[in-house]
Design a protein around this ligand. Structure first.
Ligand code: PXP
Length: 249
């Protein structure tokens, strides 16, 4: 059964809009866990636009499921990660000007940096996932680099505007997942997934875990975070009675 990682970055975005303490991503993590999240995911960006060092440290103390830290391969963040010791790191590309993580990490280009880094995290008993586009050459390199997991970037699928484009993107993701399975690498997926596009993805592709943020936090504004997480969890686990062709509302 597919697991649900809930990304709570945008709870911190709302908090930071006023520079105060509310809403606290630490409380959000607890509510998400109580409502079925299998993992809490946060991205400590170099510009600290949402999650802060304090959030990460407190979450390390309070998260009871699993803490997944998305991070750029910058020396400053690597040092923090080794110190805070999340259960897993997901290595992502990061550009300061981007609104969100726009593409997968180019693990071929950054092989020389990544190889010792992955080794270091593994020696520290921190799982390593690479956030990659569904590009078979990238996946081959991920295996050579010793990655335990790959999170397939689903942004192109989420952004596809026609059925034809959606089918093409689903096929690319499926081919990537099959390849990862052959390589013995665990398959995760994320970015841009929502209440409408999750089921077609999971019907076609065997995925161990999805990481979903913006859609859940957006829905939480209207229905509350607990309900938003429960509804996504029902879709992700294919709960009996939930029509996988329909969002649950
Ligand atoms: N997975 C990764 C690696 C990401 O960088 C992000 C965005 O922070 C997500 C998942 C979640 O994306 P979204 O907020 O679009 O659900």
């Amino acid at each position: 059964m597919t697991l649900l990682g809930v990304n709570i970055d945008h709870v911190a975005t709302v908090r930071n809009a006023r520079g105060g303490r509310e809403p606290d991503p630490v409380a959000a993590a607890a509510i998400a866990e109580l409502n079925g999240a299998d993992q809490i995911t946060v991205h400590l960006r170099e510009d600290r636009r949402h999650i802060t060092d304090r959030d990460l440290r407190v979450l390390r103390e309070t998260v009871r499921t699993r803490l997944n830290l998305e991070m750029a391969i910058s020396p400053e963040i690597v040092k923090i990660a080794l110190d805070v010791h999340p259960d897993r790191v997901t290595l992502v590309p990061e550009r300061r000007a981007e609104i969100t993580t726009e593409g997968g990490l180019d693990c071929r280009k950054f092989s020389l940096k990544l190889a010792p880094l992955i080794k270091r995290f593994k020696e520290a008993d921190i799982g390593v996932s690479l956030f990659l586009d569904p590009d078979l050459k990238q996946l081959d390199r991920a295996e050579k680099l010793g990655a335990d997991m790959v999170e397939i970037h689903t942004g192109a699928y989420a952004n596809a505007r026609t059925d034809k484009a959606r089918i093409t993107e689903l096929e690319r993701i499926d081919a990537a997942a099959i390849k990862l399975e052959e390589l013995g690498i665990r398959v995760m997926a994320g970015h841009g997934l929502d209440y409408w596009n999750i089921s077609p993805l999971l019907k076609q592709v065997l995925v161990e875990e999805v990481n979903i943020g913006h859609a859940i936090v957006s829905r939480a504004v209207f229905v509350g975070l607990g309900q938003a997480v429960r509804e996504m969890k029902d879709l992700v686990t294919g709960k009996p009675g939930v029509d996988l062709n329909e969002a649950p509302f």
